[in-house]
Design a protein around this ligand. Sequence first.
Ligand code: SIN
Length: 286
Amino acid sequence: MRVKPLSPPFGAEIDDLDLARDLDDVTFAQIEQVFNERSVVLFRNQRITHARHVEFSRRFGELEIHVLREYVRPEHPEIYVLSNIIENGRPVGIKDAGNYWHTDLSYTQAPSRGSIMCAIEVPQKDGAPLGDTLFASTAAAYDALAPDMKAKLQGLQAIHRFWDRYIRERKAAGSDVLISEERRAGTPDVVHPIIRTHPHTGQKCIYVNEGFTVGIVGMPEDEGRGLLNELFAHCTKPEFVYRHQWRVGDLVMWDNCATLHRATVDYALPQRRLMQRTTLKGTAVF
Ligand code: SIN
């Protein structure tokens, strides 16, 4: 298997595998090792069916079905569709999702281990791709913290919340949303350690994100917000960031413990973007 780095601190491209074919256990174990060690893995030129996308994802364990059920594929509910395309008057997926630094499902008790996204349509301008995704290594960001900051963060816990961000983003995108109390209650606030240990590598990572982290347990609101803003800015410094320019047929998987990611919404119809993502189940944060 040929593996080359995508950026110095993290990310790898595996360039000689066809994921439409059956993978033997040894090859799969190598992919999983690269994934754990490099946090973001790119495979170019993949032409896989929805069923294959789900099947490949399941090799890593159980899959999530996204809380926004309106954007999952009815025949494969493990696939969450991100798109600006309208068909028969209806959006085919969620538009402008993830246009802020976040990590998937941090607002749940057992946040996702990783996500696997396929590029089906990539918007273009003058032959160059639009709609890049940025990734930031929270493991490299942890390593670069000053010792006194590491000591200060150890033992602190942060609060993660889903609906506020969702409603804010939908309003900004021009849609009016009303979320019932019952639906809100299905995704209540959760609390996670700010410094978490990677369940597969033991690496320490900073586990807060601009998207869903709203406060620090036991800290006055202003002070908590100030510390969170400092951490958000630290984690997304250019030296910890890899920017992915999509091509049709790319399959990118990312680690939701060791990275943050952010979509770039720099396109609009008739420039079409269609991405499909599966989300791997994770375990409680420690
Ligand atoms: C996501 O946040 O999962 C999607 C990122 C993207 O669409 O670039």
